[in-house]
Design a protein around this ligand. Structure first.
Ligand SMILES: Nc1nc2c(ncn2[C@@H]2O[C@H](COP(=O)(O)OP(=O)(O)OP(=O)(O)O)[C@@H](O)[C@H]2O)c(=O)[nH]1
Length: 241
């Protein structure tokens, strides 16, 4: 989560209410935008789906997915009916996934703003939360602060228990690091305690959550983190009013 003064530095003025301010031009609060990034297959879509199922009865939320050449992730979320179809949008990046979330974020900004405007014009009221899922990428992929307010980096225990040690901007600077698929640790011989130690070394006080979507604790702790971000955001928007 970024501080008030940091909002002023956010890219860009091209879009009327990008991430520059917590309010829309009409004075209503815009949705909190949380990005989910991480290596291919680490469980980003599964985490987004689980978050939607957990939060959809309490919050008004929507999802933007990014795929390189397809709309597979959005198609999965639609098939699983985690949200009504009008709340799910796909961006086809057509290039390295990190380009669309970090360097040229215009397609994603448009998708986010269109979702907010369309849902508002359909009388669905203001959105609380938009989850932006990046395409699977390497350890350097991070979201532009002009696109998202906070970011979650999802890695998994099967991808190698040395990933937290290797660091990189996703692991070391994301607002939340999720180490997913802990249920697989015994099968792939991952050392969870070592991963926790390495993550702490890289991240200092930034939070890390170990997660398994195949059993306990499920997405609950990540959902709690998202709720806390939203509470913080809502307070900030009220302050700016
Ligand atoms: N065992 C286990 N499998 C999981 C868990 N979370 C996700 N998976 C599985 O891991 C595979 C990849 O998950 P996805 O959510 O598609 O991963 P992704 O990061 O969105 O993948 P890309 O979009 O291709 O980068 C799927 O088969 C999921 O069912 C988990 O906690 N435990």
């Amino acid at each position: 989560m970024h501080l008030d003064h940091e909002l002023d530095e956010k890219f860009p003025h091209r879009h009327t209410y990008s991430a520059a301010h917590p309010q829309r031009p009409d004075g209503t609060r815009r949705a909190l935008r949380i990005g989910l990034g991480g290596p291919v297959g680490s469980g980003k879509t599964a985490t987004v789906a689980a978050l939607c199922r957990t939060l959809r009865d309490q919050l008004s939320l929507a999802v933007v997915t990014n795929d390189i050449y397809t709309r597979e992730d959005a198609a999965y979320l639609l098939r699983e009916a985690v949200l009504p179809p009008e709340r799910i949008t796909a961006v086809e990046t057509g290039a390295c996934p990190h380009t669309a979330i970090r360097d040229d974020i215009s397609a994603n900004l448009e998708a986010v703003e269109d979702l907010e405007d369309d849902l508002a014009s359909q009388g669905a009221g203001p959105l609380d939360l938009i989850l932006v899922e990046s395409g699977g990428d390497n350890l350097t992929a991070t979201f532009s602060k002009g696109l998202t307010d906070a970011q979650i980096f999802v890695i998994d225990v099967a991808g190698g228990d040395d990933i937290p040690r290797k660091g990189g901007p996703g692991v070391s600077t994301a607002d939340l690091l999720v180490v997913n698929k802990t249920d697989l640790a015994p099968y792939v011989g991952s050392d969870l305690e070592g991963m926790a130690r390495d993550a702490k070394e890289q991240r200092g006080e930034l939070p890390v959550i170990f997660q398994s979507l195949r059993g306990e604790p499920g997405v609950g702790p990540v959902a709690d983190w998202v709720r806390a971000q939203l509470a913080d955001w809502t307070g900030k928007a009220a302050h700016a009013a």
